[in-house]
Ligand binder design. Structure first.
Ligand code: ADP
Length: 247
């Protein structure tokens, strides 16, 4: 801006001040969400624990009492998960999420996810893995990503519709695909499902109990590890989420 007219310099300066103000406001908002999520999560976890222990220990509850405790417990758990998601996002935004990147065999990570999560055993998840596909990733974060995508594949399809988990590579990249044969995602929503709190047709999804944060976290984590995520889908036929890591 050396020789620029004074007006331009003043404008640039004003713009800089505005930008740094915006940065501060964003940082304050992030901290606020992080703090409040943390403060609420602790007592709610206690509430949830007591509700579970009441349910376990009381053997003479009538139907109404049992249902009330179960509903309160399920809602407390759902809210704890929401707060955990908000904390994860606040951390990622602040750059505090640390990634322990190391070269790993994707086949191993994928099998670990399916073997270690009993809930996935109840559904047919078919793993098709090319051997020795390696990528530089954070094992725990990648597992979190895959668990989220598999949870969705299960939520948005029926028990009779199998799910595929595929590991492959091309010349330049390692690829993981999570494919379901469920309800699919309408074209007009496809570009927005990775946004925070975005849910396709709240009515259709209400019974499944999410808040629309799962895919926002997935995208943040994948990109944090240097990867990319894409989706292809046909309504009524299913969806496929593809993650790629450059090799
Ligand atoms: P949640 O599942 O908690 O609502 P997500 O961020 O995981 O939130 O997903 C956002 C939206 O994208 C969901 O509400 C759902 O409508 C849609 N979606 C995600 N995964 C799938 C899938 N495998 N099949 C169909 N729709 C999906």
């Amino acid at each position: 801006l050396g020789n620029a007219p004074t007006e331009v310099k003043e404008l640039a300066q004003a713009f800089n001040i505005m930008l740094s103000g915006l940065g501060d406001a964003w940082e304050q908002q992030r901290q606020f969400i992080g703090n409040i999520s943390h403060e609420l999560r602790t007592p709610l976890t206690v509430v949830s624990g007591y509700l579970q222990s009441l349910l376990r220990r009381s053997n003479n509850l009538n139907d109404y009492q049992r249902e009330a405790l179960e509903t309160a417990g399920a809602e407390a758990d759902r809210t704890v998960r929401l707060l955990q998601d908000l904390l994860d996002l606040a951390r990622a935004d602040s750059g505090y999420t640390r990634y322990h990147l190391e070269p790993l065999l994707l086949n191993d990570v994928v099998s670990e996810v399916v073997d270690m999560n009993a809930k996935f055993g109840e559904r047919s998840i078919q793993i098709t893995a090319t051997e020795n596909v390696e990528a530089i990733v954070d094992r725990e974060r990648l597992k979190q990503v895959l668990i989220n995508l598999l949870d969705n594949a299960i939520k948005y399809s029926t028990a009779a519709q199998p799910i595929d988990l595929i590991v492959e590579r091309d010349e330049k990249q390692a690829i993981i695909r999570v494919r379901d044969r469920g309800i699919g995602i309408p074209l007009q929503d496809r570009g927005r499902i990775f946004e925070r709190f975005y849910r396709v047709d709240a009515d259709r999804a209400r019974t499944t109990g999410g808040y629309g944060l799962g895919l926002a976290i997935v995208k943040t984590l994948v990109e944090g590890m240097g990867g990319k995520i894409m989706v292809r889908s046909t309504v009524g036929e299913g969806s496929e989420f593809t993650i790629v890591f450059q090799q």
